[in-house]
Design a protein. Structure first.
Length: 397
């Protein structure tokens, strides 16, 4: 879960896997990762009768009933890296997810050019470097959780097509890097339970990563222009379409300036994402704190603030960990905020996770986890809460 355990373990797996094929080709590296698990969601149903959420189960990380689920946490990935020449290499990563009916997609497909020993240039399909664990988001072996906390790791996509440049440096006892990325994301994503064709253009960002001894610090700032296939006249069907239609009606009903409707449009509006993470790990005790905020120019998606704090204690091959995470939406100011309050947009979630990890063999970890998730506010109403009980096996090979 922490850099010393997670990242170093993954790197060790890469080296080991590359060694297996070295006899066949010194310039070819092949490795894989696999996660399988089972989980049961127990919903409290604590809301009162008359509330629109009465009797509705919560939906947490794709789990939405109390039947055992063996599919949602299943992930298989295969990565191939080929050193084409002294300066250039090619990397591809195919990922199959149980939560997507085991459809396989290319999460990575890029060319790397080593401009100097400290500067790398990449082009192709890359991971969007939003979060601390973005590069290892689906490699469960790289962290202690069975899955990253969705209160913070909440975006419905993780890759983009574009370029990035990384500069590594050392200053005294500090090792660090600066990465600049630019590109585009254009695919169908799930938004409030419905599918929308999304187009994120001019995805531009910078990431600063610093490490000194047992301490680490990471800062990411990203922005993009966002468009969705919206129908502003719809009053039924997809939720976001209905919300936009409701916003237009509220603006007219309150006698507000019709130009305010533009703030509830999606097309061409900019979104900004900021994430900061602090880590500590001395091999026995670990700590990670991560916080992010998303600021939407469109008032139809409310700004959000999320953060988590997690600590761990390692006992030889066993690591126990506890995490607190929360996420809440933030109303805009002025007339836009008043319209937002009339729409079912506001939400606030809190989660607590207690778990253990047993590294019983090289490259393999058994995990158990209990998570209490509380939807304090869901679509402007009192939400439900529940317990998610999970067990999983993660491995790299």
């Amino acid at each position: 879960m922490y850099k010393k355990l997670g990242t170093s373990a993954v790197i060790a797996g890469l080296v080991s896997s590359a060694t297996l094929v070295q006899a066949a080709d010194d310039d070819l590296g092949i490795y894989g990762f696999l996660s399988v698990g089972a989980a049961v969601l127990d919903t409290d149903n604590r809301v009162e009768k008359g509330n629109e959420n009465y009797g509705k189960p919560i939906s947490l990380d794709g789990f939405d009933d109390d039947a055992g689920n063996f599919k949602q946490d299943a992930i298989f990935g295969l990565q191939i890296t080929k050193q084409v020449n002294e300066k250039t290499s090619a990397t591809g990563q195919l990922v199959s997810r149980g939560g997507s009916n085991y459809n396989t997609e290319a999460a990575w497909a890029f060319v790397t050019y080593n401009a100097t020993k400290d500067v790398d240039l990449r082009m192709g399909r890359l991971r969007i470097p939003f979060f601390y664990y973005s590069e290892f988001l689906e490699v469960g072996y790289a962290y202690n959780w069975i899955r990253t906390p969705s209160d913070v790791y909440s975006l419905p996509f993780s890759s983009f097509d574009g370029v990035d440049a990384t500069k590594r440096f050392s200053y005294g006892k500090i090792d660090g890097s600066v990465k600049v990325n630019y590109g585009r994301f254009s695919e169908t994503i799930d938004l409030y339970g419905d599918d929308y064709k999304a187009d994120l253009t001019n995805v531009l960002g910078v990431v600063v990563d610093l490490n000194k001894g047992d301490f680490g610090f990471r800062l990411s700032a990203q922005q993009a222009e966002v468009s969705f296939d919206m129908d502003p006249t719809a009053s039924t069907g997809r939720l976001v379409d209905r919300l936009q239609a409701g916003a237009y009606q509220a603006i007219a009903g309150l006698g507000l300036d019709p130009k305010l409707q533009e703030e509830f449009d999606f097309d061409g509006h900019q979104s900004n994402f900021y994430d900061v993470a602090f880590t500590y790990n001395n091999g026995t005790y670990g700590l990670v704190a991560e916080a992010n905020t998303i600021i939407y120019e469109s008032a139809l998606l409310m700004d959000s603030e999320s953060w988590l704090v997690s600590g761990s204690r390692r006992f030889n091959d066993i690591t126990v960990h506890a995490t607190y995470s929360t996420s809440k939406s933030v109303f805009d100011g002025g007339d836009a905020g008043e319209v937002q309050k009339l729409l079912p947009l506001h939400g606030e979630d809190v989660s607590m996770i207690l778990g253990a990890r047993y590294d019983y063999s090289a490259g393999t970890a058994l995990k158990v986890e209990v998570q209490h998730h509380d939807e304090k506010i869901h679509l402007n109403e009192d939400g439900n809460s529940g317990m998610l009980y999970s067990v999983a096996v993660d491995m790299i090979f």
